[in-house]
Design a protein around this ligand. Sequence first.
Ligand code: G3I
Length: 359
Amino acid sequence: MRGGVSRRTVLGAAAAGMLMPALGADAPLRTLAASRGKLFGCAAGSYQLKDADFAAALVRETNILVPEYELKRLIVEPEPGRFDFSGADALAGFAANHGMKMRGHTLIWYAANPPWLENKVLHAPDDEILTDFVSRSMGRYRGRFHSWDVVNEAIFPDDGRPDGLRNCAWLKRFGPGYIDLAFHTAKRADPEALLVYNDWGCEGGEAWNDRFRSATLKFLEGAKARGVPIEALGLQGHLNGYGPPIDQKKLRLFLDAVRAMGLAILVTELDVDETKAPLDSAVRDRAVADATARFLDVVLDNPATCAVLTWGLSDRYLHKPDGLRAALSGYSPRKLPLDADLRRKPMWSAISRAFTRSA
Ligand code: G3I
């Protein structure tokens, strides 16, 4: 399977690891990941490729990219039947030119859709409003993408459904089967790509995360039993550096259950929110690194984990939050591995150690 990590690849990587001199502590994250048969990458916007220093950092540190927003329907199909893949094409071209893989995000989501879509979905005479978009987007990059987030954030237990699914327009029109339809369509559109179900509630240690994890396992078990070609779980990994810590035991048990279903695991959108932190950047960087380590130590212990992507590589392109505090204090987010000047931060070191430790 293209996106999965075959036994041969892992053994090869392990052998390479034995033959390869110990990688230096400053080895790029892509190198450390590759020596363990895994991928490290990040989300990016095509506009960022115009920044030569940033582009060089992407090439140095990553071997897989994902468009942060340029493959979402809001950008790709702004009007019915008018398509714009220019941003994703630029990112895919950059990745191909630098020997990097690409992954797609995302095809079927309740958010980031053009204003005209929801009404069209709710009144759709057939399922082409779903299948056409999946087939078109995936068909354009057929055989070239490592994986796709086919469906994003379809689970939301707080909507109160017994199946724990989010009561979005797709579900209202097509029932829970919209997810099955999306994945079967995706499998036909690109049989080689790893098909990922992507979501954000499985990481934390709170009661609502427990509900999210059990709803996710129930959903995945049901889908597998129906023969739905879901091949991997995407853990978004939007962590909180100043919230309740990850419960490593609960996360480990959850990921063991996911692996037992034969699914691969990807961390798809790792970043660490530190907006509640004191202004001292050293304090914030430490909290971000600690949350990263606590999470990745568990995730990378699981052999089913094949990739870790952060939701951006550098703080340089993070949007400053609105509000008086940010304005008065000059606060700017420090959620990512490199700072705004592209210098490696403690979060970078935490990721480096996590890949090394998982040897
Ligand atoms: O469209 C403009 C483009 O013309 C301009 O060149 C560019 C740079 O300024 O900005 C673009 O605007 C917006 C873009 O964010 C800027 O990054 C897009 O209109 C806007 O839709 C987009 O929002 C994204 C959001 O998802 C909705 O798509 C965010 O970047 C992205 O970080 C966020 O990511 C989501 C994941 O997809 C799913 N998981 C949660 C995660 C965080 O919310």
